[in-house]
Write a protein that binds this ligand. Structure first.
Ligand SMILES: [Zn+2]
Length: 318
């Protein structure tokens, strides 16, 4: 700071006390109220005064144009989802809700869940619904948090292949999976340690910085893993703080364990879908139909109306 104050900290102190006003408002308050030790002639120039709180408050994260051009996918190409809960108080019988958001259009869908066992069946049902109503759009990626990602990789009881393969048609690679909460060492000028907690994409891992506990990402290619070593949060100086996992702890899992209900719900949807696929299009006379991208336009070109119908419509009821 270039400006010299007679009392350099008093301006800052009063700026904080008065709720971070701008210089103009601050000048008016100071000139019109006693009980302070600031003089307006000692005010700093606007360009010389930097308040971290004000700067952060005015900071707006604008979308990166570069990112938008490169990343904006077509409708339904990438759906992001999350399961939230258990919520308190309960919403009727529901303890969880699942949110799906399309990355490009912000189309969103919310499902209420009484148990997390319904999450995957609901997801499949939504994909089938989207496929039926929007045959030209195709769901390519669904990005969930780590638990859901792993569920997608696990074959269900009724299929030898994983849900991911069912949706995408090709085998998902699992070469990037590592034991969670193990060590990741990073190449570089000096070897750095992080606690691996999952991945964002095939080439980006997520790790916790042991000292600060902050979540960061790193390039998979820059890491080597030691999956036998579980580092403690707080760093190596506090190993006594690293507690063993209590396997019979009562957590969310024990409140809502995975049951056969999940598989049964999936099977129910698959059965319904099979029935739907075998049904003939009994209500559609293709000769009289022209297809349009607007659903409402997809009505027969000609509708035969008999003389009797028009007569009865025109005659007022007596
Ligand atoms: Zn401020």
């Amino acid at each position: 700071m270039k400006t010299i104050f007679r009392n350099p900290e008093s301006f800052r102190v009063w700026h904080d006390r008065l709720g971070h006003p701008g210089l103009g408002i601050m000048r008016r308050i100071i000139n019109n109220s006693p009980g302070h030790n600031v003089e307006t002639k000692n005010f700093p120039n606007p360009e010389d005064f930097i308040c971290p709180a004000c700067t952060k408050g005015k900071l707006i994260t604008r979308p990166s144009l570069l990112k938008i051009r490169d990343e904006s996918p077509v409708f339904l190409a990438r759906i992001q989802g999350d399961i939230c809960g258990p919520i308190q108080p309960l919403s009727g019988p529901f303890r969880y809700f699942m949110v799906l958001i399309d990355a490009s259009t912000r189309w969103s869908h919310v499902d209420l869940l009484s148990t997390r066992n319904h999450a995957f069946p609901k997801l499949i049902a939504q994909i089938i619904r989207l496929k039926a109503s929007l045959p030209d759009s195709c769901v390519q990626f669904i990005r969930m948090d780590n638990a859901a990602t792993l569920i997608q990789l696990r074959p269900t009881a009724y299929h030898s292949i994983s849900p991911l393969q069912l949706v995408r048609g090709k085998k998902p690679s699992i070469s990037h999976l590592r034991n969670p909460t193990t060590t990741a060492y990073f190449y570089g000028t000096h070897r750095k340690l992080g606690i691996y907690v999952g991945y964002e994409t095939l080439s980006i891992i997520k790790y916790l910085e042991p000292m600060t506990r902050d979540l960061h990402t790193a390039r998979y290619a820059d890491c080597i893993f030691d999956e036998d070593y579980f580092p403690a949060l707080g760093g190596e100086k506090h190993p006594e703080k690293c507690q063993d996992i209590i396997w019979n702890a009562t957590g969310m899992q024990s409140l809502d364990p995975r049951t056969s209900e999940a598989e049964l719900e999936v099977q129910r949807i698959i059965n319904l879908q099979n029935i739907t696929n075998k049904l003939p299009d009994a209500f559609t006379d293709y000769k009289g139909v022209t297809r349009s991208h607007i659903p409402a336009v997809n009505v027969p070109e000609r509708v035969e109306v008999t003389q009797k119908d028009t007569d009865s419509a025109l005659t007022p009821p007596s």
